[in-house]
Design a binder for this molecule. Structure first.
Ligand code: PEP
Length: 250
């Protein structure tokens, strides 16, 4: 049995005061969660979020990690810095990073290798654009991204990576993949993991859905057998909405 994981992606939202308010409201609402609960906050909120969630069932994540240990990488943040601030998880290869900041399968792989080496719990995002889905390329795109991300990573490490299947056309658009679409593509991604690492890893690895998942549609998505949780953007910014999504993950 795979334990579901619900992760909030706050993106570039919430200053320190807003972080404090949201975390304080969230903690009592999710304290009995049956799933893993993570909030991936802006870098500047990590230390505060880690302090506020200490001793609770809510874990803190970052939204990116540099592939190098240190050095001349302006604008990047190192594993050691994230660890010192209190991050346990890290999102890698989000489609917004791929679309706006030139992230490639190669850089996603380099960041994933570094995250694993430094003991983080990575959440690696893959997913097709609308053109790619309409062009019948969903499986090819997802396969290329998964194979690229996991290049050189052994089975022991791979099984603990979380994959987030996030169709780009569903992110922040209010358009959710249907329960069946999400389940089918996640099932396909699991088959790619099986090709790479065999059945034991494929059965163990957790694959989330992400893309306009919210308080209304979470129960339907979570009822699908292949879906092991969600990566939640907009709906993670309100404690009430996020806690309903968390409650749907049993
Ligand atoms: C995301 O940022 O990963 C995401 C899924 O966003 P939203 O839930 O807002 O579509």
């Amino acid at each position: 049995m795979r334990k579901p994981i619900i992760a909030g992606n706050w993106k570039m939202n919430k200053n320190a005061a807003e972080c404090r308010e949201l975390v304080k409201e969230l903690l009592p609402k999710v304290k009995d969660a049956k799933c893993d609960v993570v909030i991936c906050v802006p870098f500047t909120d990590i230390a505060l979020a880690a302090e506020l969630t200490k001793g609770s069932n809510v874990k803190v994540g970052a939204q990116n990690i540099a592939w190098a240990d240190s050095g001349a990488f302006t604008g990047e943040i190192s594993a050691a810095m994230l660890k010192e601030a209190g991050a346990e998880y890290v999102i890698i290869g989000h489609s917004e990073r791929r679309a706006y900041f030139g992230e490639t399968d190669k850089s996603v792989n380099a960041r994933l290798v570094q995250a694993i080496k430094c003991g983080f719990k990575p959440i690696v995002c893959v997913g097709e654009t609308l053109d790619e889905r309409e062009g019948g390329k969903t499986e090819t795109v997802c396969k290329t991204q998964v194979v690229g991300a996991f290049d050189g990573i052994d089975a022991g490490a791979a099984k603990d990576v979380v994959i987030a299947y996030e169709p780009v056309w569903a992110i922040g658009t209010g358009k959710t993949a249907t329960d069946e679409q999400a389940n089918e593509t996640i099932g396909y991604i699991r088959s790619v993991v099986e090709e790479l690492y065999g059945k034991t890893v494929a059965d163990a690895i957790r694959i989330q859905y992400g893309g306009s998942m919210n308080a209304k549609n979470a129960a339907g998505l979570m009822a699908q057998p292949e879906i092991d949780g969600g990566l939640i953007g907009g709906a993670s910014l309100k404690a009430e909405d996020f806690s309903i999504v968390v409650a749907a993950a049993k």
